[in-house]
Design a protein around this ligand. Structure first.
Ligand code: CMC
Length: 426
């Protein structure tokens, strides 16, 4: 039997059904609230609003729990490759060996982009931010594919998904190399997704790699590096209805092209409060520069009159710990020597963590290190520059965005996103 909630306004009483999902808090169904009462609900930042129903990702912020399609993130990050996780997010089941080989092979072949798109990168100024180039390139990708309106065709939806997942690392490496003013490297179909991305970042023109130590840009790719980056991609793969995913769904709701929606998602991710935090974390560690300065910056972060925030701390949903951060911290500890993590950055990060976790200000507000606090130091050791960190987030998250887009397209209850307002003007 459906449980109901009663809302009394003046002398009138209204009844609303309480919906129950498979996990997580119950949800009050207020879809007819305005029609019934003539009132809107007010919830800036959607702190109490479920904008859709979804079967992809589940988060319990109090328990620090994250699951993709029911699987705990700890299991996915340690036992599966990123592409297996992609398959899971898109298809709702982990691939068999044959399915994996077919999917992996498809993505290798779809990693190439039209030469026209490659030339687009020549028109960007060299100091353009990679996120701006990436968003523009993904938007431009929509000029090449026209089957996006065929949303009742499962094959067409899957092709849309496979193409964008496969091409994002290629476009990201183009953005990186444009910034350096060096020729792009085409994908190598003999390499696995994550290795291929590192290859396109590092190789010399013509695809040559060198083992010569000290030459970072041409450094050969080790299995440990592939594993570390693969794990980072998995940890970023989806995160329920966060700001960029909500943006993707909003654009999807208007019927626009899926790559236009992903392009908008990239823009939303760019900001420092969201995916851009990973770039800011390392910039902040460099600014702090020495453990003796940590106290000063903690003080600034606590000062309500100072806009300074400790980057990589706090989360809208996680109020105990961020499970992604815990996995990355373990990875940092494991790979400290093998990857040659920057000991000075680590020392400052550990000091911040130690002070903040014992400080009343952070404890009271339940501010814990999030995923971005730990990813930057590992990415630095992989030779990835700061301004590419958020692009790494994009590579991991694209599968989440496109899975959410597919789910939206199949949702019979989906409507154009069109919130209302509390008008306070003249
Ligand atoms: N440093 C100092 N104080 C903070 C911080 C921080 N990083 N984060 C939140 N606070 C304080 C904030 O000032 C407020 O204090 P008061 O109650 O006295 O006004 C209180 O904590 C609640 O903050 P809020 O801004 O209302 O919380 P929110 O849920 O709207 O914002 C957040 C969440 C992640 C945007 C915020 O914690 C933040 O700006 N963190 C730093 C940026 C960051 O690391 N972002 C990455 C998030 S994880 C990756 C992702 O999924 O995108």
């Amino acid at each position: 039997m459906t449980e109901n909630a009663t809302i009394k306004i003046g002398d009138k009483t209204y009844k609303y059904p309480i919906l129950e999902g498979t996990r997580g808090p119950k949800v009050l169904d207020i879809r007819t609230f305005y029609k019934d009462t003539g009132m809107f609900t007010y919830d800036p930042g959607f702190t109490s609003t479920a904008s859709c129903s979804s079967a992809i990702t589940f988060i319990n912020g109090e328990k620090g729990e994250l699951r993709y399609r029911g699987y705990p993130i700890e299991e996915l990050a340690t036992k599966y490759k990123y592409l297996e996780v992609c398959y899971l997010l898109i298809n709702d089941n982990l691939p068999s060996k044959e399915e994996f080989l077919e999917f992996d092979n498809e993505l290798r072949h779809r990693a190439f982009v039209d030469e026209g798109l490659r030339k687009l990168f020549d028109s960007f100024p060299r100091n353009a931010h990679p996120m701006a180039m990436l968003s523009s390139a993904v938007s431009a990708l929509s000029t090449f594919y026209f089957d996006h309106l065929n949303t009742t065709n499962e094959k067409s939806l899957r092709e849309m998904a496979a193409r964008i997942i496969a091409k994002i690392p290629t476009l990201s490496s183009f953005a990186y190399r444009r910034g350096l003013g060096i020729p792009i490297i085409y994908p190598d179909i003999d390499r696995y997704f994550t290795e291929n991305f590192l290859y396109m970042m590092r190789a010399y023109p013509g695809g040559k790699m060198h083992k010569q130590p000290g030459i970072r840009a041409s450094k050969d790719i080790s299995d440990i590096e592939i594993k570390a980056l693969d794990t980072i991609f998995t940890l970023h793969a989806d995160h329920e209805q966060n700001a960029s995913t909500t943006t993707v769904r909003t654009v999807a709701s208007t019927g626009a092209h899926p790559y236009a929606a992903i392009s908008a998602g990239i823009d939303a991710l760019w900001g420092r409060a969201h995916g851009g935090a990973n770039e800011s974390v390392v910039a902040q560690l460099e600014l702090i520069n020495d453990i003796k300065n940590v106290d000063k910056y903690i003080k600034k972060a606590k000062d309500p009159d100072d806009p300074f925030r400790l980057m990589g701390f706090g989360h809208r949903v996680y109020k105990n710990f961020d499970p992604r951060a815990r996995i990355l911290k373990n990875l940092q500890d494991q790979l400290k020597n093998e990857l040659g993590l920057d000991s000075k950055l680590l020392e400052i990060a550990h000091k911040i963590e130690e002070i903040a976790l014992n400080d009343e200000y952070f404890k009271k507000r339940k501010l814990y290190p999030n995923i971005d606090f730990y990813s930057g130091v590992i990415l630095t050791a992989l030779g990835i520059p700061k301004n590419m960190f958020t692009a790494i987030f994009v590579i991991g998250r694209t599968v989440g965005w496109i899975s959410q887009w597919m789910e939206f397209k199949k949702d019979k209850k989906a409507k154009i996103a069109r919130p209302r307002q509390l008008y306070i003007g003249p």
